[in-house]
Design a binder for this molecule. Structure first.
Ligand code: ATP
Length: 602
């Protein structure tokens, strides 16, 4: 993976676009607000000094400046709050824009990636990276970054105040701050600097496994299992717990040191003040030391608060840096390579020439030197045991993956030399699991061809035998389906998928186990829809139900990534090999089923 040249912060600014100016402005304002927030302490000190001096002189009316200083304190405090409010508005605006742009960039990029990327990266993980990480960055830029800038101004202000009042007491304030930085470094530096990346990976894995677990809840319920049967989820929780508690344990001592040091400033301040007092003589000098001590007493908690803010902001900075890197990881994934000189296929024939393919990250070949031809308008059926490579072969036609050796051609052109849009126009793919978006049925079917009219959608739905579904739904074609919408059965979902494919009217149809989830009634309707869909098309079809493929022009029997047998139904039955025994098994199962039904009718 290409290494990012710029730091994470500048990449965050990159996402903000022109809005990054607002982040900078917000940080500057936050710094000004911090300085202003210290001035009331100076004013209060001046009020106290005025009062003490007047009191010592025995005439309280001499404290003429007190009211003035008190008002100044109010004005500075109000100005500090107002400026901080404006600062946060600026940083929030920029943060919202940054997070939105991060999400948009990732989502726009993701749709350009080969489909195979999604089988390697679970949806739970991707959602976590895109959504949660953008949220994390938003929180950091909106709140912690301006606080961090404000906090960075603090030591400078303390140093100035050291010279303004008593440098010895000022140093007493600075020493704990300095020591607390050492503890802070222990918490955030060394091995712990890598912690946030590992922690977020553990969190992503846990999210991914949680999604898998929730998807599998029906299995858990039906088979009376417990969470422990989902070992991966359990392991992910334990891994997460290991990181979280491991980090907490590592931070135990430095965090205690940090808190104690910051809150223990008085341990230094009081003896040093007493030491200074022992060295002065005269009431005025005595009063001055007490007044200076009072100032630092007031000021110490402000230093502690600031250092705490720095600590939380530093932690958030680690998280935000890691978040940006994760989103960048997605953006660096290579999109599907577009051909430099795209070619147009002459027809809808498909040719696999000596194709071999192994899934990314695996050594085992899912397809091993596969060759076959499907002339335009003909049907090829792929059969074979589970895991024999049928779906893999089908997925190479629309370039869900690219072959590693050999070639897949459509109309004489290698699919890698066909423009993505052109390829998608030519191939309609009906998946094993049909995904319906949370939208109306109309829009779900229209996804295949967004410019289709309502009439065209209705015609396609009718041809896909969806009329009964539309009539049954409360708002017909305008009924909301998909997650949270009206429920459709597996077979009904597949008929909708077939309606989509009919509407698309692509010359090549790839059907992946289109009847797998259907009951008898649905299967009959799917069969009718399928016949309509495949008229005059080149068809590649994967089916376990041998009844649906007897008329195929070519049947390929897959075994461990290779084609073990090929021919028409009759030829393969006569061959007395794998297909013939599959066919016998199928015949037996049909006979058994018919026998059962007869028994029930008797
Ligand atoms: N995304 C993937 N990553 C890694 N290996 C995979 C992936 N998808 C499939 N495989 C492996 O590739 C081989 C072929 O799988 P494929 O899904 O093509 O078989 P299939 O014949 O279609 O099986 P089924 O009938 O069960 O769908 C199997 O060993 C499978 O485990």
């Amino acid at each position: 993976m290409e290494k990012q040249k710029n730091g994470e912060l500048s990449r965050m600014f990159g996402y903000a676009g022109k809005f990054h100016v607002l982040t900078v402005l917000g940080c500057v304002l936050s710094g000004i607000s911090t300085i202003l927030s210290m001035l009331p302490f100076v004013c209060i000190w001046l009020v106290i000094r005025d009062l003490i001096q007047a009191f010592a002189a025995g005439d309280i009316s001499l404290a003429t400046g007190s009211a003035h200083y008190a008002w100044m304190a109010v004005v500075f405090a109000a100005a500090s709050i107002l400026i901080y409010y404006i600062a946060l508005n600026c940083t929030h605006l920029a943060a919202f824009r940054t997070a939105t742009n991060m999400r948009k960039s990732a989502i726009h990029h993701i749709v350009t990636l080969p489909l195979g990327y999604f089988s390697q990266n679970a949806s739970g993980r991707l959602r976590n990276i895109i959504d949660d990480n953008a949220g994390l960055t938003e929180g950091f830029l909106a709140h912690q970054l301006p606080d961090l800038t404000g906090a960075a101004v603090m030591p400078v202000a303390v140093i100035i105040l050291i010279f303004l009042f008593d440098w010895r007491l000022g140093i007493c304030c600075l020493i704990p701050m300095g020591i607390s930085v050492i503890f802070l470094k222990q918490m955030m530096g060394g091995d712990n600097a890598q912690f946030m990346g590992k922690y977020m990976t553990a969190l992503e894995t846990m999210n991914k496994e949680a999604v898998e677990y929730i998807r599998g809840i029906p299995v858990v319920k039906v088979f009376q299992q417990t969470i422990y049967s989902f070992k991966n989820f359990h392991a992910a929780i334990e891994e997460y717990e290991k990181f979280a508690s491991g980090y907490a344990l590592k931070c135990r001592i430095p965090l205690t040191g940090f808190t104690v040091t910051l809150n223990g400033t008085f341990v230094l301040l009081i003896p040093v003040a007493m030491f200074i007092l022992s060295g002065v003589s005269g009431q005025a000098a005595y009063e001055n030391v007490v007044l200076d001590f009072l100032f630092y007493s007031l000021f110490t908690p402000v230093c502690a608060t600031m250092m705490n803010r720095i600590m939380f902001a530093s932690e958030q900075l680690m998280a935000a840096k890691s978040a940006v890197s994760r989103v960048d990881e997605i953006l660096q994934e290579k999109p599907l390579k577009e051909p430099e000189h795209p070619l147009i296929p002459a027809d809808a024939s498909i040719v696999f020439s000596d194709v071999s393919f192994a899934y990314p990250g695996t050594k085992e070949k899912a397809l091993d030197h596969i060759s076959f031809e499907v002339p335009t308008g003909k049907t090829v059926a792929l059969v074979g045991a589970s895991g024999s490579g049928k779906s893999t072969a089908a997925s190479l036609i629309p370039r869900f993956y690219d072959v590693q050796s050999g070639s897949v051609t459509i109309g004489g052109v290698d699919v890698r030399n066909i423009e993505k849009q052109e390829l998608m126009k030519r191939v309609a793919f009906v998946f094993q699991n049909t995904c319906l978006f949370k939208d109306t049925l109309l829009n779900n079917i229209k996804a295949a061809r967004p410019d289709a009219t309502r009439e065209e959608v209705l015609k396609a739905a009718d041809e896909a035998q969806c009329k009964d579904i539309i009539d049954r739904l409360p708002d017909g074609l305008d009924t909301l389906v998909g997650t949270g919408g009206t429920y459709l059965s597996g077979g009904e979902n597949q008929r909708i998928a077939l309606a989509r494919a009919i509407l698309k009217d692509a010359p090549i149809i790839v059907l992946d186990e289109a009847t797998a989830f259907a009951d008898a009634e649905n299967e009959h309707q799917i069969q009718l829809a399928f016949e309509r869909l495949t008229q005059n098309k080149t068809v590649m079809m994967i089916a376990h139900r041998l009844s649906t493929i007897q008329d195929a022009d070519l049947i390929l029997v897959f075994k461990e990534g290779q084609i073990a047998e090929r021919g028409t139904h009759e030829e393969l039955v006569a061959l007395n090999g794998i297909y013939s025994s599959m066919w016998k098994d199928y015949q037996t199962s049909i006979a058994w089923k018919v026998g059962k039904e007869d028994e029930q009718h008797d």
